[in-house]
Design a protein around this ligand. Structure first.
Ligand code: C5P
Length: 221
């Protein structure tokens, strides 16, 4: 089996999941969206009305939760067996996910599961700490970024396509806030791995980013 591991990290809205999915398909690897796992735990915590500043409760919740990422074009997400693919992308979950993701116990539980998935399959995994913490020995690491304005514009389009009305300035502010929280937390902050290839996708289209990644991997393997 093809056991190559590719890590794709970067801030919110840089196009990681779209790019990672296409790279995985081209290389015949399994795509794993780690953000979806933090989102699923956040959704469950909100539904249960848990205090999001209570680390112990959130850690127990993560431990007791089963999250299944179903491979395929749609990549559906099952939370304790229930399909929450759409629900985990809601603005409410998006607003609270960084708080939940900053809890060390929650990270420990999810990182362990992510490593297990990569151990069993060749993967393209996207997130914030894949190259630095989850898979430090990945065969290839990429850090995908773009300006906050460009990322907000892309998010706005995604949300509008789903029928949400968006305030672009508010979206830029939310993206900047999420970047700040993700980059300044004490555990596994968002930072490029020392050996990551940094790709600024502002002004690049998806195909160009995918081609850059594939040709780097082919040249270096
Ligand atoms: O990638 P996505 O935007 O869905 O991630 C949602 C949030 O989950 C991020 O803003 C971050 O707080 C958290 N996350 C993380 N570590 C990862 C993936 C996501 O902390 N590996």
């Amino acid at each position: 089996p093809n056991r190559i591991c590719v890590a794709i990290d970067g801030p919110a809205g840089a196009g990681k999941s779209t790019v990672a999915k296409l790279v995985a398909r081209k290389l015949g690897l399994l795509y794993i969206d780690t953000g979806a796992m933090y989102r699923a735990v956040t959704l469950k915590a909100l539904k249960q009305g848990l205090n999001l500043h209570e680390a112990g409760g959130l850690t127990n919740l993560a431990r007791e939760t089963t999250i299944k990422l179903v491979p395929g074009l749609q990549q559906s997400v099952l939370l304790d067996g229930e399909d929450v693919t759409e629900e985990i992308r809601s603005p409410e979950v998006t607003r609270h996910v960084s708080t939940v993701a900053s809890v060390p116990g929650v990270r420990e539980v999810l990182v362990e599961r992510q490593r297990q998935m990569a151990y069993e399959n060749g993967v393209v995994m996207d997130g914030r700490d894949i190259g630095t913490v989850v898979l430090p020995r990945a065969n290839a690491k990429f850090f995908l970024t773009a300006s906050a304005e460009e990322r907000a514009r892309r998010r706005a389009k995604e949300l509008e396509d789903k029928g949400y009305t968006v305030d672009i300035d508010k979206l830029i502010k939310e993206i900047q806030d999420r970047d700040y929280t993700d980059s300044h937390r004490s555990v596994s902050p968002l930072v490029p791995a020392g050996d990551a290839i940094i790709i600024d996708s502002s002004g690049m289209n998806i195909e160009e980013v995918v081609d850059t990644i594939i040709s780097w991997i082919e040249k270096n393997k």
